[in-house]
Design a protein around this ligand. Structure first.
Ligand SMILES: NC(=O)c1ccc[n+]([C@@H]2O[C@H](COP(=O)([O-])OP(=O)(O)OC[C@H]3O[C@@H](n4cnc5c(N)ncnc54)[C@H](OP(=O)(O)O)[C@@H]3O)[C@@H](O)[C@H]2O)c1
Length: 200
């Protein structure tokens, strides 16, 4: 007996014009996802596939726009920069209100002083605060703490958990996009984990 058509995952991409988000969009599409690309000044982004992609203009810090964009979604992938703690608060509140559970949130390596030989930089304070807000929520989150991005054509990556030293230095954008796609489309994958991501 046929199991019927496989439902595609509906992914809300917050900060869709960011470097990693733009790199990840085609990978998510290749994996069969339906996308809502949420960004400020939406006219900067061309729609790569109007049959499966909608583009929504909005600011994550806005009271209404994220809530409206979250209606009908399965998962949220946040690819932001700037006032990360306020952004995390806004996302967590909006997800609670709309009943969404699954969040992948891109942070940075170094927020726990976990990179051997590197000093903690206060520029990372907002990233660490954002991670704390997400960890204190009851969401099914995965926080990613990637190394420095590089353009090497390799989709492999290495993961280490919170509390472990960071291994290596870089991560490929291909690897990061592959990981984000696995997290978005595989229920239960690395739920409530904070993962450092580096190149193998
Ligand atoms: N570069 C590296 O090697 C590296 C390494 C580790 C971690 N990271 C971190 O990884 C994250 C993702 O990297 P990335 O290169 O993709 O960053 P990015 O290109 O700077 O993208 C971040 C996006 O966030 C959006 N944004 C900021 N505030 C927003 C708001 N209030 N509402 C909606 N969108 C908002 C920006 O939108 P606008 O375009 O409208 O400004 C921008 O498109 C960043 O936080 C970065 O610092 C980077």
């Amino acid at each position: 007996m046929s199991a019927g058509p496989v439902q595609s995952t509906k992914v809300l991409v917050l900060g869709a014009n960011g470097q990693v988000a733009r790199h990840t969009t085609p990978v998510l599409l290749k994996a069969g996802a339906e996308l809502t690309l949420f960004l400020r000044r939406a006219n900067r982004l061309a729609n790569p596939d109007p049959t499966r992609v909608q583009i929504v203009e909005g600011d994550v810090l806005d009271a209404m726009a994220p809530r409206v964009a979250m209606q009908g979604q399965d998962v949220v992938y946040a690819n932001l920069a700037g006032d990360m703690a306020r952004q995390a608060r806004s996302i967590v509140d909006a997800m609670h209100e709309t009943g969404l559970k699954r969040l992948t949130f891109v942070s940075s390596m170094g927020i726990y002083c976990e990179v051997p030989g590197e000093k903690y930089r206060s520029a990372l304070d907002p990233y660490r605060d954002a991670a704390a807000i997400i960890e204190a929520s009851d969401l099914d989150y995965t926080i990613l703490r990637p190394g420095w991005f590089n353009l090497e054509a390799s989709a492999s990556y290495r993961l280490t958990q919170k509390g472990e030293p960071f291994i290596g230095h870089d991560v490929t954008l291909d690897g990061l996009s592959a990981l984000i796609t696995v997290l978005a489309t595989t229920p239960g994958s690395h739920v409530r984990e904070s993962l450092a991501v580096s190149h193998v």
